[in-house]
Structure formats: C-alpha cells, structure tokens
Design a protein around this ligand. Structure first.
Ligand code: ADP
Ligand code: MG
Length: 503
C-alpha cells in the first residue's frame, strides 16, 4: 500500500520553468544520443537524427513494488528458460497438431520449422534470452499492486535509450532549479539504471561460451529501422568494453550473405571485402512479427540461422515461450509448479518455495483462452468485456482488442480462430497522474494524463536442461497518454520516461 497521491503529479511549475525543462531535456537528448532516425527515407549513411519522445518529469513509483519487480526478474529468467527447454510443453501449447500453431499461421510456421530442424538434429544446445517483463501499477481502492502486462523473449528494446532517459532526468535535477518544486525530485530517489552494460553482459556471456577468437555477434535488424541508436549503443558497448565486433544484417541481406558450413554448421557472414567472419551469437532485433517474413525466403533464412552452430538470442523455442498463449497457460493450475517445483527434474537446490510461487501469481491478472470449455470462454468475454483486453499471438503493438470493441470483434471471429486469442482482465493504473510529453518537431510539450509501464530487463544463458547464468539487467519506463490503449514507443503512442521511487 502506498500513501502517495498520484493526482498531485507532476508538481506545479510556471510556463517559464516548463520551457527551461524542455530546452534542457531535448538538448541533453540530442547531445547524448537519446535519438531516433527521422521518419521517411534516409541515406544509407545517416546525416541527421531527432530526439526520442521523452517526458519532462520522471514518474513516481512505489519503492517496494519496484524492488518486488526486480526480485521477480530472476525467477522469470529461470521460468522462461525452462519453458524454452520443455519441448513437450511447447509442442502442446504452440504446435500445429494440438496447439495455437493450428490456427495462428505465424506461430505454426515457426513451430513447424523448428520441428523439422529438431528431427534433422540441432548442434547448438545453448540459448540466450534478453528479456523484458512489463508491468503496470494496479489500483483497487487505496491498494496498489504490481501486475504483469506481458513477458518479452524476442527483440526486447529500449535498454540503452531508457538508461539515457534516466540520466537525462538526473541531469535536469542537477542543472536546473525546477525539480525543487517537489521534495520527491531528488537524485537519491532516482534508482540507478545500467541496462546498456547489463544487457551487453548477456550477449558477451554467450560470445564467451561460444569461445572462438575473432568471431563476431550478428544483429539481425529490420530494413528502415528508426530505433537504430538503441541498438548502436549496445554495439559500442560490446566493442569498447568487451572487444567484440558486431555485424548488422537484414533477413534479405542474410539470404545471400549467410553461409552455414556443411561439415560443422559454423555460421559465416560475408563482409564487403568478400572475406567471411564466423558468428558466435545471433541477436534478433527483428523476426518477431509476420511483417518481417513477407515471403518464404525470410523463413528459410531464419531456419538456416537456427540450425547453425551460433548461439541464438532467442532460439525459436524461446521465441515461442514468449507467446501470449504461454502467459495464459501459466495461470492454469499446476503449470507454474511444473517449471518451478519439479525437484526430480531440476534438483532440490533449484526449485522454488510455495511463497515464491504465490508472489509470482500475485503479479498476474486473470486470463483465459477464448476456446475455454466450448462456448464458455467467449460467453465470459462478452459478459465482462468492459473489464477486458483480448490478445492474439503477436508482438510489437497495435494488435489487441479492448473493452467496447470486444463484442463486435467476437461476432466477427470464427470458432476456428478462437484458440489463437486470450482474454485478459484489464489492469487499472492510478488515475489523475500527469506528465509533460515532448515529441521532436511538435513544438511545446503536451501536458496530459498518463499511464506508465515499467519494464524490467533480464538475461539468461541456458541449455541442456540447465540455466548456466542469469541476471536482472536494468529497467525501462514508457509513458503514454491515458486515452491511447497501445504502448509502443516506436509507433508514436508513448514516450520514454524514468522513475522516482516514493514511499
Ligand atoms: P505487445 O506485444 O503488442 O506489446 P502487450 O501485451 O504489451 O502487447 O499490449 C500492448 C499494450 O496494451 C501494453 O503496453 C499496455 O499499454 C496495454 N495492455 C496490455 N494488456 C493490458 C492489461 N491487461 N491491462 C491494461 N492495459 C493492457
Ligand atoms: Mg508490450
């Protein structure tokens, strides 16, 4: 429970101070690489950039709930690693014979490709996950709790830019007097955030485990990506702190430039001078949406990379583990116990207490499958529509169906398609919380009522039934205008933000 009054945020400031903050914030962002590429076609060597969308104040968050989210991350790292290693569970849940893959084409294609590769024999037992667990504050009367929105296992973005946003808010605190308007806006209440170096430690751990001198890490990226600086900061950190080089390629480039050895399955990428370089780790910042696979060629490229000896971040099973369907199935009786309490499988030192399982469950909203017990799942969704969001098996924003749109949507959804969707109870974030949001090129900051989503990063290197190494790896806050349902920063709905911990 928190006594903090969210309706009193941000503190009252003059128009002059608001202008000072905006000037300082956008200048800081431009000077420190808190950037996006501008919209529209860009030259291949970029010549300009714009600042990322940002908030002028950090967002208050109860200290105990922030600590709780950080504490849960290790358990989530282990949980999702074990899900990715449980082939039988993934076949049941996501496969094309009995799972979601029957009706969701994208899931089905990935799963079928993986099945084919499994039958031929996969040579790399290790998987790397760079994760982000997303939460909203949930308010019931005066009681506040932490509720998970989703768990991301592929292309978890904004690690680097979120660190820079936290640094920007720190700089506003020291360089102006404006934050003096609130006793809460002091540096000692801003939690530290080292997400760039922490996430890169995960990539470096995989590279080290691969252990071949001169090998490089491959970033598989989208053509026309505007959020490149978030990725480039990881590249610079890999090179400067770990002496690891990165090669960036799109699926289309890889169709011609990736070569997998017939004898030892080593993945090599052709460089512009025609030489080839061995890849230790494949890090996907694409491949999470069917839009990244317009033809079969991109799927073939993905499956080729999957069968190579390089360590994948993520493998196909780890990507499947991040499906919304898995998130829902985890709430069914006994499923969490399967992954966290099986002493015979994981060993007595590596299982979790009843108390820990209760804490994990406490962070979930109610979820069910639309095909639950014949018509029951859909009937419940109609009855409780005003309290629900429906989600398909997609990542990256813009796919969900909310509240009053639900009944009409259910009318149009065929019985066959139902298993691809889950129903989730809506989280109710504190009302009356405001912030000033700034977008490049749009003039003055916008004062608006907001909802802030906290993401906790983590990584895990695992394989052969065991988690080898895992860490919590910093955090992210995305803040959006209250009236926009979706959360993607890159799609223009929300801004990057940071935290001030309140008691
Ligand atoms: P995606 O994979 O598209 O990011 P999410 O599950 O994160 O899917 O949903 C997108 C956005 O929708 C979230 O960022 C959040 O703003 C909102 N949202 C999702 N689930 C809920 C929920 N249960 N309650 C309230 N808002 C939600
Ligand atoms: Mg999301």
């Amino acid at each position: 429970m928190s006594a903090f009054d969210f309706t009193q945020w941000p503190p009252l400031i003059s128009d002059k101070d608001r202008e000072i903050l905006q000037f300082r914030a956008t200048s800081y962002a431009l000077a420190h690489g808190l950037l996006y590429l501008p919209p529209g076609a860009q030259p291949s060597a970029p010549t300009s950039a714009i600042h990322a969308p940002i908030s002028l104040f950090p967002t208050p968050f109860p200290r105990d709930l922030f600590k709780q989210a950080q504490k849960l991350q290790s358990i989530y790292n282990i949980l999702y690693s074990r899900i990715a290693m449980d082939t039988e569970f993934l076949d049941q849940t996501m496969g094309t014979e009995v799972g979601v893959g029957q009706v969701d084409e994208f899931t089905g294609k990935l799963w079928s490709g993986w099945l084919d590769l499994r039958e031929k024999g996969l040579v790399q037992p290790l998987h790397l996950g760079l994760f982000r667990s997303d939460y909203l504050l949930h308010q019931r009367d005066s009681d506040l709790s932490l509720k998970q929105v989703e768990f991301n296992t592929i292309s978890s973005s904004f690690g680097a830019l979120s660190q820079k946003t936290a640094e920007m808010h720190r700089s506003l605190e020291t360089s102006t007097n404006v934050y003096h308007a609130s006793a809460n806006l002091t540096a000692s209440k801003f939690p530290s955030n080292h997400s760039t170096s922490d996430l890169v430690k995960g990539l470096a751990a995989a590279h080290l485990a691969y252990n071949v001198d001169g090998s490089r890490i491959l970033f598989v990226v989208q053509a026309g990506e505007r959020n490149v600086f978030d990725q480039l900061w990881l590249e610079y950190e890999l090179l400067e702190k770990h002496s690891i080089h990165v090669v960036r390629r799109t699926f289309d480039e890889l169709a011609h430039q990736a070569n997998i050895s017939h004898t030892d399955s080593v993945l090599r990428i052709e460089l512009p001078d025609q030489s080839a370089v061995e890849i230790s780790t494949v890090y996907y910042r694409s491949g999470y949406t069917p839009d990244d696979f317009p033809t079969n060629t991109q799927y073939e490229t993905r499956f080729n990379l999957e069968r190579s000896k390089a360590i994948k971040c993520p493998t196909i099973p780890l990507q499947l583990a991040g499906g919304k369907k898995v998130q829902q199935v985890l709430t069914e009786p006994g499923v969490l116990e399967r992954f966290l309490c099986d002493e015979a499988k994981y060993g007595p030192q590596r299982v979790f207490s009843v108390q820990t399982l209760a804490e994990i469950r406490e962070s979930w909203m109610e979820m069910w499958a639309l095909d639950l017990n014949g018509e029951f799942g859909v009937r419940q969704a109609r009855k409780r529509a005003s309290d629900l969001v429906l989600k398909p098996q997609r990542e990256g924003g813009g796919n969900n169906v909310y509240k009053e749109a639900i009944p009409g949507f259910l009318d149009s959804l065929s019985v066959r398609e139902r298993p691809a969707w889950i129903a989730m109870e809506l989280i109710s974030p504190p009302v009356g919380l405001k912030n000033y949001l700034v977008r490049a090129g749009s003039g003055a900051s916008v004062e608006t009522e907001v909802v802030s989503e906290l993401g906790i990063f983590g990584w895990s290197l695992f394989g052969g039934g065991k988690v080898i190494s895992e860490r919590e790896a910093g955090w992210l806050v995305r803040t959006k205008g209250k009236d926009s349902n979706e959360g993607g920063v890159a799609t223009g709905f929300s801004v990057l933000d940071s935290l001030v911990l309140v008691d």
